[in-house]
Design a protein around this ligand. Structure first.
Ligand code: TEU
Ligand code: CA
Length: 561
């Protein structure tokens, strides 16, 4: 590749649909979504136009963190199905032109993984060094002051051998020691095992945290809620490991790789995704989803559109021709898109969800749609802390209570941000349990399923689903595909706190996206003249950009003359 032009890759114009298997579709009535249930819905995803599925973990796991704690990387959890089901999923998806991307969770394993059981058995175990074991400080306390995402401390004492092990997540998720070449080889072997089955790639869980500095220094920066991050995120080691992984595994397959990377800047983003560096295809950055909260401190902040535009534009510009962006509003760790950034009232839910889809899908990068986003599923209301399932919700609740936040305020925070919002079952129809299961769903369905469900959305040509389908078709179509995927990005009116407007241009074609983020009617003028209206979430055709009356949450795309 030259510095001026990116070589085209198949995943540049792909659209990814993320499935959280536990909550997607239950085929056998045990209340838990499963792989056969996914196979039953492949046509639905194909008709939407997505051509990649990112599957959250389906591996064997004690499910402390719903599968992000893996006890065997080469077995399927029985509640999700069998290896034969997984092979069938890959084959059935392939028939429909869809590739399966699996979650690669290798910063940590489960404490029930045989590697860890062996490692903890004695200080002389041949696998002792596969995990991170340290002596206590002279006073018996933790080896350093690092904190965990899910627990107050990142270290747990193992009574048997008198040493602490490191876990950046729960104590049932011990961190692997990537400094040990045997660990790396074991991971690479496992990746080959899956890629040989014809996978489309991997989504790499917290991959930017795998490099730990050998001296395990104390944290000195405490404003991000998880002390230690400046030492274990995005350091030189992670880039070394990824380049080795590329050389030993990834370069042998034509795959999409997306690294989940909290605490990253656009410079980090270029290091990970610039094609000449031979690391990974793209990353999930967290700047824009930290806009309305201090993520790890469980503190809410007001959403500021001006700042939001600044963040999104910086990523668009800084990675242009120097890397690749992922585009997402939501995933299995985030609240529901329309409730968070739009308006989920009966009046504006549909129109604001379409507006949000339009803004994201007209940008450069690979868009990700989280299950249910395409039908505008909303946050569910939880009445008490006991109704939450997620370990992080419980941890954040405790953290808030410990610093004096009232029960009501702590619940209000979780009702805005809990990961459980994304994990309530997908609403398929207006029948029992929203059509998700014939049994008792593992997490109760949202009461609004009689109105909000996929069957209704597919039938109604004016639904959010069909709007998303049209947006995807534009990205993949002849007429506008290249300008949407590869065009330059120009933000208009950065200080406008209600309207997000930007131009994409490529080889003489220009697309102007205008989105009213407010629930008010506003009037705006833009320069240039209309060649043609490309899409609009209100039934009207705009012919002039002068004194345009934008309706609440209106979003439209105009091809400029
Ligand atoms: O998430 C990593 C992570 O940083 C999360 O703690 C994230 O900050 C939070 O969920 C956002 O609110 C990944 C997975 O996506 C998550 O589901 C896992 O629980 C976690 O890693 C551990 O594997
Ligand atoms: Ca099931």
């Amino acid at each position: 590749m030259s510095t001026q032009q990116l070589d085209k890759r198949w995943w540049h114009n792909s659209v990814v649909y993320q499935i959280y298997p536990r909550s997607f579709n239950d085929a056998n009535g045990d209340g838990i979504g499963d792989i056969p249930g996914i196979i039953d819905k492949l046509d639905y995803i194909a008709e939407l136009g997505a051509n990649v599925i990112w599957l959250s973990p389906v591996y064997q796991s004690p499910m402390d963190d719903n599968g992000y704690d893996i006890s065997d990387y080469q077995k399927i959890a029985p509640e999700f199905g069998t290896m034969a089901d997984m092979d069938r999923l890959i084959a059935e998806a392939d028939k429909r032109g869809i590739k399966i991307v699996m979650d690669l969770v290798v910063n940590h394993t489960s404490d029930e993984h045989p590697w860890f059981i062996e490692s903890r058995s004695s200080k002389d175990s041949p696998k002792r060094d596969w995990y991170i074991w340290k002596d206590p400080k002279p006073d018996g306390s933790e080896p350093n002051n690092w904190e965990s995402f899910f627990k107050p401390k990142a270290w747990t004492l193992d009574e048997n051998t008198g040493q602490y092990y490191l876990h950046l997540f729960s104590n049932k998720q011990p961190d692997l020691n990537w400094a040990n070449p045997e660990v790396r080889e074991a991971v690479y072997d496992m990746m080959h095992f899956w890629l040989k089955k014809g996978l489309g790639g991997f989504r790499m869980d917290v991959i930017n945290m795998i490099g730990k500095p050998s001296d395990y220094p104390d944290a000195t920066i405490f404003d991000q809620g998880v002390a230690g991050w400046e030492h274990w995120s995005n350091n030189l080691l992670v880039h070394q490991y990824l380049r080795e992984m590329h050389d030993k595994v990834l370069k042998h397959y034509d795959v999409l790789t997306v690294g989940e990377t909290p605490f990253t800047t656009t410079l980090d983003g270029r290091y990970y995704s610039h094609p000449d560096r031979n690391e990974i295809s793209m990353i999930f950055q967290f700047e824009h989803v930290s806009i309305d909260r201090e993520e790890h401190n469980a503190v809410k902040k007001p959403f500021d559109l001006v700042q939001y535009k600044e963040i999104m534009t910086r990523w668009q510009e800084d990675l242009y021709q120097k890397g690749w962006n992922s585009l997402y509003w939501s995933n299995h760790d985030q609240p529901r898109t329309v409730s968070r950034y739009g308006c989920d009232s009966a009046k504006y839910r549909v129109v604001s969800a379409k507006m949000l889809g339009t803004v994201l899908h007209m940008m450069s990068g690979t868009p990700y749609i989280y299950q249910g986003e395409e039908i505008g599923m909303t946050n569910k209301h939880f009445d008490s802390i006991d109704e939450f399932n997620d370990l992080m919700a419980k941890f954040h609740y405790q953290k808030m209570r410990d610093r004096g936040v009232s029960d009501a305020d702590a619940l209000a925070f979780l009702n805005d941000f809990s990961r459980d919002h994304a994990r309530v079952p997908v609403q398929w129809n207006d029948q029992l349990n929203a059509g998700f299961t014939s049994g008792t769903p593992w997490l109760p369905v949202n009461d609004n399923y009689p109105e909000i469900n996929a069957a209704q959305a597919v039938k109604d040509d004016d639904s959010i689903y069909h709007h998303y389908r049209r947006l995807i078709a534009l990205r993949q179509g002849e007429q506008y595909g290249d300008v949407i995927v590869y065009g330059e990005h120009q933000l208009l009116d950065p200080q406008d706190s209600e309207v997000y407007a930007y131009i994409r241009s490529h080889k003489g074609k220009s697309l102007l996206t205008i989105a009213n983020f407010s629930g008010n009617s506003v009037v705006r003028s833009y320069s240039g003249s209309v060649k043609q209206q490309v899409i609009n979430n209100y039934p009207e055709t705009v012919e002039s950009l002068t004194e345009m009356a934008l309706k609440p949450y209106q979003a439209l795309v105009i091809e400029l003359e």
